[in-house]
Design a protein around this ligand. Structure first.
Ligand SMILES: Nc1ncnc2c1ncn2[C@@H]1O[C@H](COP(=O)(O)OP(=O)(O)OP(=O)(O)O)[C@@H](O)[C@H]1O
Length: 358
């Protein structure tokens, strides 16, 4: 069989996270058909540790159906992708994912925490920056609340929680104090949190943004080098109207939206197990069609999600084998796969040019 024929067979295998064939997703890294046993190398540009076994299985099956005996290697490699024009990728951070919502209380912080933990569970190095200056909830959700160490008097060492590097405005202020900050103060505090934290070798930094689409959020999306955004909404029409504003805000500043997460979409009655769409339906679908952004997933309204997040052990940690944790992993893979299809930033791999003294 020729390389082209093998490539065609490989492209008939769909990557469940990009929704495209392996060839169309740019994931075929090598085909060596010179020996009796063909050697295939597949490279995923996003983390999917839990799916590597099944994916290898589907590839081997497709090849075997065509009479090809092969050795298949699947590896993952996460690259830095381009950010807004005029901004530079942050040192030590390949990609920033902003998690945002058009309005408060839709579960943005809960989704951000579980998304970060799910990316980590899939094999990425992940950080969390809690930029929700008005109500920082990551210290409580991730069960960590120490003032970050500052050995050189200039930069902060992030705290760690479940393998994530974490910094939050909540570590630096008294949780009892109301935060009444005006726009410029908010953005300068965030600039410090972002640029003066020693993030180490991160594939993704998840930023839990302040809710809403006002001046503060707009300024942040202009100043923070964001690779892609995830917009969280609930199914009510009023929430999706606000989510629309969020989508438009990111468009305005040239930040690609990786997708929409629909939270509290279904309620499972704890007594009879009946599923009910108590907040209506179709809002996220209409949003997705109108703005041509994918729905990354829908989460149920589930008391366990709240209890686990409130007790500092989000669902991905508390119940890693549960159906809900599975939904979070799927959302994380889909968001990262969408990000992997964006233009790559090559500046990080360029050699540093030193001025030569005459
Ligand atoms: N799917 C869910 N099922 C049940 N409870 C949920 C779900 N998602 C979030 N919650 C709970 O709803 C409350 C609000 O969630 P969260 O703090 O994540 O929202 P938010 O959008 O970040 O709010 P804000 O930014 O306004 O502070 C929390 O108590 C959280 O545990």
């Amino acid at each position: 069989m020729t390389k082209d024929q093998i490539e065609k067979i490989l492209n008939s295998v769909t990557d469940p996270n990009t929704g495209k064939g392996l060839g169309d997703s740019g994931e075929i890294a090598g085909i060596d058909a010179s020996e009796r046993k063909t050697r295939i190398e597949i490279r995923l540009d996003y983390p999917a540790k839990t799916q590597i076994g099944p994916l290898r299985g589907s590839i081997l099956k497709a090849l075997a159906e065509n009479g090809i005996e092969a050795e298949v290697e699947v590896e993952q490699r996460i690259r830095a992708h381009k950010v807004q024009p005029l901004l530079r990728v942050l040192p030590g951070v390949k990609n920033i994912i902003a998690v945002s919502s058009g309005k408060g209380g839709v579960g943005k912080s809960t989704i951000a925490a579980n998304l970060a933990l799910a990316l980590s569970a899939e094999g990425a190095r992940v950080g969390m920056l809690d930029a929700d200056i008005y109500g920082p909830s990551q210290p409580a959700m991730l069960g960590v609340n120490a003032i970050p160490a500052c050995e050189d008097g200039k930069t902060m060492t992030p705290n760690t929680a479940y393998g994530l590097q974490v910094n939050s405005i909540g570590f630096l202020i008294n949780p009892e104090d109301p935060v009444i900050w005006r726009g410029p103060m908010v953005s300068s505090a965030l600039q410090q949190l972002l640029f003066q934290t020693r993030w180490s070798d991160l594939d993704y930094l998840v930023v839990d943004m302040p809710p809403g689409t006002g001046d503060v959020q707009l300024t942040l999306t202009q100043q923070v080098p964001v690779t892609g955004a995830v917009v969280v909404t609930t199914p009510q029409e009023i929430a999706t109207l606000d989510a629309r504003k969020g989508l438009m805000m990111f468009r305005k500043v040239n930040v690609p939206v990786l997708g929409v997460v629909e939270n509290m979409a279904l309620f499972r009655c704890p007594h009879c197990g009946h599923l009910e769409r108590i907040f209506g339906e179709g809002g996220a679908k209409r949003l997705s069609e109108q703005y041509d952004v994918p729905i990354l997933g829908s989460l149920p309204l589930d008391p366990a999600i709240r209890q686990e997040a409130d007790s500092g052990r989000p669902t991905v940690i508390a119940e890693p084998e549960s159906e809900t944790a599975g939904l979070f992993l799927s959302i994380a893979r889909k968001a990262a796969a969408a990000l992997s299809q964006l233009p790559v930033d090559h500046s990080a791999s360029l050699p540093k040019i030193k001025p030569v003294k005459a």
